[in-house]
Ligand binder design. Structure first.
Ligand code: HEC
Ligand code: HEC
Length: 205
């Protein structure tokens, strides 16, 4: 439902999907691997796994980390803002093409609390009528594969990273979501619901 309202407005600035993955591989393995691993399967829970992510979403994020002139970056992260400073638009598309081709190794959930996962699944699949939380599946698809180009893949992501982003949308530290579609969602969620849904997302394949 939300997806329909937004899609017409955001189609205009869809980044192109054509990148040279061989050139992207050189940068990814040379510069980014220390934190995201050579194949984009980060082993550090706070760093996102990029393997298998849609190229349009990766390119958009890299562009959003970039500082242009005097205006601050659209997405704030000290580390990533400095990482993209030297990248050209072509570099970004090449890197995105490389990561998109890598196969994801889903995060292993250390969580063994079945009832927490059940709460997470309920919110993911059906939202929460009491607080008007929309179903995550309506934009990110039922299995977490996302809907390119605008709705990122979430399946198999590290819970710690997912929580950090939901938290950032909540507190306003991340505001690069077009039409604030994510901020509107998380403002209605409790910390416990955020944790539950993040743990559930890690189990999706
Ligand atoms: C020192 C560690 C480090 C290095 C090196 C690094 N990153 Fe990151 N990267 C991070 C962290 C931490 C985040 C999460 C930032 C946040 O909290 O928003 C991130 C986020 C990202 C995202 C956003 C992913 C998403 O799901 O939204 C992309 C894309 C990305 N990095 C690509 C790269 C590329 C390309 C390079 C190399 C040019 C690189 N990173 C180098 C630590 C690093
Ligand atoms: C109305 C559509 C919509 C709904 C509903 C929605 N999302 Fe999103 N979500 C988005 C969009 C669009 C983005 C990408 C924002 C951007 O471009 O940076 C996003 C990004 C995210 C990210 C960041 C991914 C990353 O790699 O950094 C997470 C995590 C996320 N959503 C989780 C959820 C969860 C959990 C729910 C359900 C409680 C949900 N979303 C519901 C549209 C939606």
């Amino acid at each position: 439902m939300f997806a329909f309202i937004f899609s017409n407005q955001i189609l205009a600035d869809t980044p192109s999907t054509h990148g040279d993955s061989e050139k992207g591989k050189e940068i990814a393995t040379g510069v980014c691997a220390g934190c995201h691993n050579a194949d984009g399967n980060s082993v550090i829970p706070n760093n996102p796994t990029l393997a298998g992510q849609h190229p349009e979403y990766i390119t958009k994020q890299l562009m959003d980390f970039k500082v242009e002139g005097d205006s601050p970056a659209k997405r704030d992260s000290q580390v990533m803002v400095s990482m993209v400073a030297a990248l050209s638009a072509d570099d970004m598309q090449n890197i995105a093409a490389y990561y998109a081709q890598q196969k994801i190794t889903p995060a292993t959930t250390t969580n063994s609390d079945e009832s927490l996962l059940e709460v997470g699944k309920r919110i993911y699949d059906g939202g929460n009528l009491e607080n008007n939380v929309p179903a995550c599946s309506s934009c990110h698809s039922p299995n977490g594969a996302g809907i390119p180009p605008h709705y990122p893949k979430l399946a198999g992501q590290h819970p710690a990273y997912t929580i950090s982003q939901l938290d950032a949308f909540y507190r306003g530290g991340r505001t690069n979501d077009i039409n604030h579609s994510m901020q509107k969602v998380v403002l209605r969620m409790s910390a416990q619901q955020i944790k539950a849904v993040a743990e559930y997302i890690a189990t999706l394949h």
